[in-house]
Ligand binder design. Structure first.
Ligand code: BES
Ligand code: ZN
Length: 858
């Protein structure tokens, strides 16, 4: 079925729904290929939309309408492809009940939206618009109602939202007292076991906690449960938010498009974000589990109690909830390390998006497929914008504003205007100019110059935001720039001060200084901007050694590595002694947190270097980038071999494994050392580590290093044999073989692995483990032959009819296509056009490739 050119949905067209829904009762009779859904919806005219209106209910392909009635009177209606309409003339005045019975086929649902089956269990995913594949309903977030759900099934465990309100053999009933939009609906039925615990809220209410998994997985739930309890406590302590139901359930499923979903009282998780043991999960997995458990839990207030008026306001819940989960992680672990990690992700994903054809505002104004707007911009930049707000109004102002937000908007479907008004009312600050962060796309570039005379130091800033698709003019924004000044001897003479940029150019003076200072600008990455400043390597090395702001200390080293690498790649320069010595000093500095040292030692990735080169007006050559980075890594391995081996040996741990930040930091530093040593010891240490490792962090790290050293063979086979029954580990097995090793062989490895019997391509985790990893191998994916592009596009074309949502997300591997040379551009354009021309292409993928093809090559 080929859609007629899909029409965009516009923010400007928003209108309230003509009816309010006062109550929803659902009854499910589950059966794999013929599930019956009975619904009874109590509606009333919405006073905000006076007059008589037709009743329009959303309902997508796959719904078979058995019968429909209004106030018990049968209706003669025929649904169209997107829903059903009951003419105003067929509706009584005032309140009425709409009832329907539909039949759906969860076993045939491969899209993983709506009600589907995963590993023999039933589960749902309704955000953003999945509920319309379950029954006819006003499937929009501003229609909120209390739900009662009755489930009949022969499955032993039957779950839905809210509190349990009855059960018997073959049935269960759930009542959710809190009104909610349909996207928060959830239902699970399966042969599951629970890992249980209990949390007592600050006002003394007991909450029964349960994590539901398949038999055999119970012993991998402890970390998720512990993270949940810590999240609940943190939200009470830091935001004053208490949980509001008697139960909180989490279910782990293997087939899931995203990471996890905050359904009211019944979060559903991708199993990779729940299940973890030291043997099967890396430190990164543990940290991610902690933050995603927190994120979905925090949505209970920021998303569920207060939801979004429409999907354009998505950042209202996602940006805020990411900001909250980031703060949680910095409180649980190391704040500077977390900030550096977050900025690395922001630059790798959001800056990349903002510079390319998919750039859009944090609050977009139009979309064709909303699922395509769960982006780094909405999430990560959305969180940065809140961080800036907090910096501008201070911690106290922020807390006051948030209290007012919960107070004023509890039970509402709110907008960004509501959100900003709360800050204005709580703090008295005018946020009209600040709002541009929500409405204007693009990453501002802030150029700094400095002047020194007679004890006065002046910093002058110019801000400019390049045009983005559909937005040429970019008025100046409010940019908080945290600055500190250091003496040439390394002492801080001006502690961190926040300068507020509001004009296209602006100067700030610092008086009474004894000598010309060294500035540390954009401390803590106080705004999501690109800072442009002419500096030499000596100053970067000075800041790496002396900056008192940990973020900028790291940033100085990072910038130094990038300068050196781009010089090696683009101008054939030699690896820099200064850099190697500076890294050596960091490595030896035991006053620094090992996790922080590990971050300082990690060289910028190839994709990051391609972005840096493109940014400097050069055409990145992926093979040259790979070679340059390898050469520097080898030079560091040789130049610092003594320190690296000493640290590597000293960090060998005999303590029982713990996933805590301290131990994880030690392992991170040890693996950072191994990455360099591996280039000079021919893989000997990696081999020893692989043979002795008792945890997945080291096992996977060692296996990657062995593949890099071209000694992967036996270890790759042994790893598979050991873990063949643990899906999440086999995902890693696929990924490791694609992100390590000689990039020239990546496409061939990918082709070979796609033929492996374990390549279950309809499972999104497995598909991403192979295809996502290929795309993440910069030099391999961009191999000049175009083989990887072709292979990747073939698979997207194959997956699209099965799972359009995952396919559309994965097209972003091509979003940077205009930065490469003419030959690669032509190759990628061909693939994008081939995808665009595929028979019956989904609206999801169609929108993405259409936007990418609209980009003008630079
Ligand atoms: N509400 C989303 C899940 C979602 C995303 C549903 C897109 C439908 C479409 C959830 O809260 C979320 O944001 N999950 C993230 C992880 C989170 C920690 C950023 C995800 O799934 O990647
Ligand atoms: Zn979220």
């Amino acid at each position: 079925m080929k859609d007629a050119t899909p029409q965009p949905v516009l923010l400007a067209d928003y209108q309230p729904y003509p009816f309010v829904v006062n109550e929803v009762a659902l009854a499910f009779r589950l059966s794999p290929s013929a599930t019956r859904v009975l619904s009874r919806i109590l509606l009333a005219p919405n006073p905000e939309r006076p007059g008589r209106h037709d009743l329009r209910l959303d309902g997508g392909g796959g719904l078979k309408l058995i019968r429909a009635a209004v106030n018990g009177r049968m209706l003669d209606v025929t649904p169209d492809a997107e829903g059903v309409t009951v003419a105003a003339a067929d509706l009584p005045e005032g309140d009425f009940a709409f009832e329907a019975e539909v039949e759906i086929n969860p076993a045939a649902n491969t899209t993983l939206e709506g009600l589907y089956m995963s590993g023999g269990m039933y589960c749902t995913q309704c955000e953003a618009q999945g509920f319309r594949h379950i029954t006819f309903y006003p499937d929009r977030p501003d229609v909120m109602a209390p739900f009662r759900v009755h489930v009949e099934s022969d499955m032993p465990v039957l779950l839905s939202n809210g509190n349990p309100s009855g059960s018997g053999k073959g049935w269960a009933e759930w009542t959710d007292p809190w009104k909610k939009p349909a996207y928060l609906f959830a239902l699970v039925a399966g042969d599951l076991v629970a890992v249980r615990d209990r949390f007592t809220t600050k006002s003394g209410r007991a909450v029964d906690l349960a994590i539901w998994v398949r038999k055999g997985d119970e012993d991998r739930c402890a970390y998720a449960m512990d993270s949940l309890k810590r999240s609940m406590k943190w939200d009470e302590d830091v935001y004053g938010r208490e949980y509001d139901l008697d139960v909180f359930n989490i279910v782990a499923v293997d087939d899931f498009n995203m990471g996890a979903m905050e359904n009211k009282g019944l979060n559903i998780f991708n199993s990779k974000l729940v299940l973890a043991s030291p043997e099967t999960a890396t430190d990164g997995d543990f940290e991610r589990i902690e933050s995603v458990i927190a994120h979905e839990y925090f949505h209970n207030w920021t998303g569920n109690r207060i939801t979004c008026r429409d999907w354009f306001q998505l950042c209202l819940k996602e940006g805020l909830t990411v900001f909250r989960d980031q703060s949680f992680t910095s409180d649980m672990r190391s704040a500077p390390v977390k900030r550096i990690d977050d900025v690395l992700t922001l630059r790798a994903r959001q800056f990349r998006e903002d510079m390319g054809p998919l750039a859009h505002p944090v609050r977009p104004e139009s979309y064709i497929e909303i699922n395509n707007f769960y982006t780094a911009t909405v999430y990560e930049k959305g969180a940065e914008v809140i961080g800036m707000l907090k910096r501008l109004v201070g911690d106290e102002g922020y807390r006051k504003a948030l209290d007012l937000y919960f107070d004023r908007h509890d039970g509402d479907a709110a907008t960004i205007e509501d959100w900003l008004k709360v800050f204005e009312d709580a703090t008295g600050r005018d946020l009209a100019q600040f709002k541009r962060w929500y409405t204007d796309a693009g990453t501002p570039r802030v150029h700094v110059s400095e002047a020194w005379s007679d004890g006065t130091y002046t910093l002058t800033f110019h801000q400019k935001t390049p045009p983005t698709p559909g937005q040429d003019k970019k008025p100046p924004r409010v940019i908080p720039i945290a600055v500190g000044l250091l003496n040439p001897n390394g002492d801080e003479v001006v502690p961190t001060t926040v300068l507020e940029l509001t004009e296209p150019s602006q100067s700030f003076r610092f008086d009474g200084l004894a000598s010309r200072p060294v500035p540390s600008i954009l401390r803590g990455f106080s705004a999501p901007v690109v800072l442009e400043r002419a500096t030499d390597q000596a100053e970067r090395a000075f800041l790496l050694a002396h900056d008192t702001d940990p973020f900028n200390k790291w940033e100085a080293g990072r910038a130094l590595s990038k300068d050196v690498l781009t010089g090696m790649i683009a101008e054939g320069r030699e690896p820099s002694r200064r850099l190697i010595e500076a890294l050596g000093a960091v490595l030896r500095d035991e006053s620094l947190d090992p996790a922080f040292r590990a971050l300082c030692l990690r060289l910028p990735g190839e994709e990051d270097l391609a972005q840096a080169l493109a940014d400097a007006g050069r055409v990145p050559d992926p093979a040259a980038i790979h070679a340059g980075r390898e050469a520097l890594a080898r030079a560091i391995g040789t130049g610092l071999s003594g320190d690296l081996s000493a640290t590597y040996a000293a960090l060998e741990s005999r303590a029982p494994f713990s996933p805590d930040a301290a131990q994880a930091g030690g392992r991170a530093l040890r693996l950072a050392c191994l990455a360099f040593l591996n280039r000079v010891d021919g893989g000997d240490r990696a081999k020893a580590l692989f043979d002795s490792a008792n945890n997945m962090t080291e096992s996977a790290g060692a296996l990657g290093a062995l593949i890099d050293a071209e000694r992967g063979g036996a270890a790759v086979a042994a790893f598979h044999a050991r873990w063949k029954d643990v899906r999440l580990v086999i995902d890693k097995w696929f990924t490791l073989q694609l992100v390590h090793g000689n990039p020239a062989g990546a496409a061939a490895t990918a082709r070979r692995l796609a033929d492996h019997p374990d390549f279950d391509w309809k499972n999104p985790n497995r598909f991403r483990a192979l295809m996502g990893a290929l795309a993440a191998n910069h030099a391999g994916f961009h191999d000049a032959s175009g083989d990887a592009y072709r292979f990747y596009a073939d698979w997207l074309i194959r997956l699209d009819p099965v799972n359009p949502q995952t396919t559309a997300r994965m097209t972003t591997a091509f979003e940077t296509w205009t930065r490469y040379d003419a030959d690669r551009q032509a190759l990628i354009r061909d693939e994008l056009q081939r995808i665009a021309a595929a028979q019956g292409l989904s609206r999801n993928t169609g929108e993405m490739v259409g936007r990418m093809l609209a980009a003008k090559p630079a």
